[in-house]
Design a binder for this molecule. Structure first.
Ligand code: NAP
Length: 217
């Protein structure tokens, strides 16, 4: 598959590296190609020559599946720059969390209860097929779930389009996930985004990001 990964943070890099390793054709999209090429991303890029780097719009235009790995506060602007026509008809895997760190730790959620970032993205880009997933665990675990001794921890999928969820689920399984829970329509992303306050408190308590939730039933 041709995949665009928007965002050059730890999530963008982890997803880009893993999907490229699995044989996909991957391009990372960024707001400023020149700055990113000249900055500390250059070292990572040298180790991953198979991953392309392009503007947000160029990356999205050539892709079949677009991954939103941008900062939650910048997701709508980044996707707007990527441009609606480049997202139309495509699976948009949204990993972003709507966190506001402006008052320090723990951050608050900028949207919650009756709405979610995923739904905001879907409303703004109605022709994209938004699927929320992977936002409830740390970047390396998203793509290497077997890092944990008990690799059968849970990953959630929310979305309105059944075929888009099937494609994302296939990707998750190819990463090594074995407990993929389809929560239902995109409004269920409210639950996974609101899981973040608990995740952040666990992170503070356990002193590591290498943990995840396993739904036992
Ligand atoms: P991040 O620091 O949240 O930022 C990712 C990228 O977003 C940046 O590299 C930047 O890309 C872009 N960005 C930042 N501010 C922006 C703005 N105002 N407008 C447009 N784009 C902007 O990186 P991250 O830790 O990789 O997290 C990515 C997303 O995944 C976040 O929403 C985060 O909440 C979520 N998440 C992260 C983890 C994790 O383990 N880190 C786990 C679960 C979910 P360019 O400068 O290249 O344009």
């Amino acid at each position: 598959m041709r995949i665009a990964v928007l965002g050059t943070g730890s999530v963008g890099r982890a997803v880009a590296a893993r999907t490229a390793e699995l044989g996909h054709q991957v391009t990372i999209g960024t707001r400023d190609v020149t700055a990113v090429r000249a900055g500390e991303h250059a070292h990572w890029a040298a180790q991953h020559p198979e991953v392309g780097l392009a503007t947000l719009a160029d990356a999205a235009s050539g892709a079949e599946l677009v991954v939103n790995a941008t900062n939650g506060n910048g997701s709508l602007p980044a996707l707007t720059t990527a441009s609606a026509p480049n997202l139309a008809g495509k699976v948009l895997l949204d990993i972003a969390n709507p966190l506001d760190f402006s008052a320090g730790f723990p951050p608050t959620l900028t949207v919650h209860n009756t709405d979610s970032l995923a739904e905001r993205i879907q409303r703004e880009f109605p022709q994209a097929k938004v699927v929320k997933s992977l936002n409830t665990m740390t970047a390396e675990l998203m793509v290497h779930p077997r890092r944990l001794a008990d690799g059968a921890h849970s990953v959630f999928v929310s979305g309105d389009d059944a075929e888009a969820k099937r494609i994302v689920t296939g990707l998750l399984i190819s990463f090594g996930h074995s407990d993929v829970i389809d929560l239902g329509d995109l409004s269920t992303a409210r639950g996974t985004e609101m899981l973040l306050p608990l995740w952040l408190r666990l992170y503070g308590r356990l002193d590591t990001a290498d943990f995840n939730i396993k739904v036992v039933r």
